[in-house]
Unconditional design. Sequence first.
Length: 83
Amino acid sequence: MARIPILHEDDPGLPDDARAFLANAARSRGRLINIYRAMANRPAAGQAFSDMIRTVYRSGSSLPPKQAELAYLTATVVNDCYY
């Protein structure tokens, strides 16, 4: 059992802000992964995370996509974050 609830976009009891966050994440990524479903518990924090990722690793980055991915993966390995 997950410590943080994994919210699903088809749940009729889902709060509006969480539903909007999940819809936006699905639109921007093309699919939803569980980290976004977990962050939907706190949509403002999830949006801040998404904005940071987009700025550092995606559209706002001066790095080419391959180098940005390498930086992301390096930080993941160095910090033992194997999600």
